[in-house]
Design a protein around this ligand. Sequence first.
Ligand SMILES: Nc1ncnc2c1ncn2[C@@H]1O[C@H](COP(=O)(O)OP(=O)(O)OP(=O)(O)O)[C@@H](O)[C@H]1O
Length: 634
Amino acid sequence: MPDTAPDSSSLLESEDDGELALPYWLTSTKEAADTTFLTMLRRLPRLLRDGWLLAWHASRRTTMAVLILQSAAGLASALGLISVVGVFDGLLQAGPTPERVRAAVPSLVLLILTLAARGLLSSAATAAHGRLTPLVFEAAEMRLLDLTTGVDLATFDDPEWRDAMQRARDRGIYAAQRIVDFGIEVLTNLIGLIAAGGVLAVLHPVLLPMLVLAAVPTGWAAVRAARLGYRMRLRLIAVWRRQNMLAELLAAREPAGELRAFTVRRFLLAEVARLLRISTVEEIKVVTRSVRSNLFGQALSGLLTGGAYLVLLWLLWTGRMELAAGGAAAYAINIGIGKLRELAFSVNRVYEQGLYFSDFQGFCDLSRQRAEPSPERCAPTRFSEITLDSVTFSYPDATRPAVDDVSLTLRRGEIIALVGENGSGKSTLAAVLAGLYRPQHGTVTWDGVDVSRLHPDSLRDRVAVVMQEPTRWPLSARLNIAIGRHDRPATLEQVQESARAGDAHSFVMELPREYETLLSRHFTDGADLSGGQWQRLAVSRAFHRDAPLLICDEPTANLDARAEHDVYQRLRSLAAGRSVVLITHRMASVREADRIYVLDHGSVIEEGDHDSLMAAGGLYAQLFTLQASAYQSA
Ligand SMILES: Nc1ncnc2c1ncn2[C@@H]1O[C@H](COP(=O)(O)OP(=O)(O)OP(=O)(O)O)[C@@H](O)[C@H]1O
């Protein structure tokens, strides 16, 4: 049957209402987009300062070089302008022509020298600027990644923070880099403008306000265009995210099979096309409005520039200004208007990038607030007992706790099992035990010490986790295991030993380059593994970590029966002297656990060993009997 192309509206468009409306958490950003021209001017010094601080942090030497060279180049142009005035002055004074030319020569020589100096300084400044730009990008990217990985795990479940991260990543880093670039432009144009303005003010004070007036409409139009663009991006961010996610899924290897099996290709293509259309229509609308305001601004600026020249003519006509000064003033007006316009554009660019840069800064501030506390004290190398006392943990925005008032104890060398139906809170409880989530109520103690008083890294150093969906690192098979203890160099023999423990050795040896095979199809020579093989690799990684607490969150979900049996045999031998927390839906695997905790809606509803729980005839006995009878009847 061919792919059918049903109207995607049937399933997906129900979410459309208000697709372009701003979500509530974007209101602060909306405020930024609503700022007026004056507010923008007020914000400018802070934006420039923060941009320069980032550059300073990236490289002091290069920042200093850019600042000094740009200022010197700007001063050279200012000197050039003043020397042009001198040339006019000389040429237009009364007297015979040779006299006048002679009078103009010193200023002409100065003009040539300043032009040469400006050329040299500008080239040097461009070179320094070229060095600074990638350095700022590097510093901004590293700052973002450092803060992103430094927040506590629960923050990743907070949609507000995730969206802030997306905005910071999407344009914030780029904006951080650009704000420095445009800051340099502002500096250069400002120096040029001060020179032109200074000359004009000396020639006749009335010319200066005329000059400023002429540039205002262009500046206004540029700011308006920036605001329109920013607000559009703000409105479209949710649409873009959905479109990107779908586009990535359509182009990725993993869902390619399911995409075809369910013949959803055309259905999803229609949804991507619908989202693209929304953003295209919006973008065209905004471009039209921006062009209209630009046209208006340019026309008005043109009129006001004409007005400035008329004032100049009037000054000459009424004898309020000498002819020589008039020539110089006309030249200075021309230069000044150009500089003012460029300044308006560069200020506007700073403002425009400033809007995105504030996303970057906002995310950095937010992440600093959410950074994990890091007390000095280290966790004990080998603990005797971990205790959870009335622990409650809720995910951000969740209406009910995922772990609700749970108390349990885990001693060294014990295997405890967490069982329960989907969503009962097993993985969350295991993550609390591993110190990955900090409970809102109750305490987790290691040998009587509250974990909130221990350095989180030292705690995690004592824990090895096999996640439900282990990370498929795009590294070699060897590194995929050795990364479990990346801080301790491991020989190939040691890695192989861990691989044998996790039952991964035999299939790794069958890979094209054995342990050196890159495990990612995205690279040439890369290989991919099956779900079960990845899981065995994850078990090997956990064995390699060699930690006193091993948490296995459904380590055998993708394993075949023989591999599962082998892994549990090894787990038991490994448990000697270590503690194991086992989460599984395969009831047969938990029979031999020292204690079994049965969870329901985040609470422990039963606890004990297999025999006592079976005798109690509760949920555990029901689940166990159900599975056992399924096997018997199979
Ligand atoms: N990252 C998250 N953000 C918000 N809620 C979450 C998150 N992870 C889990 N939950 C919710 O917390 C509850 C407990 O989930 P948890 O994954 O701990 O259950 P589980 O018993 O391990 O489930 P399963 O057997 O399906 O793996 C569920 O209601 C789930 O929807």
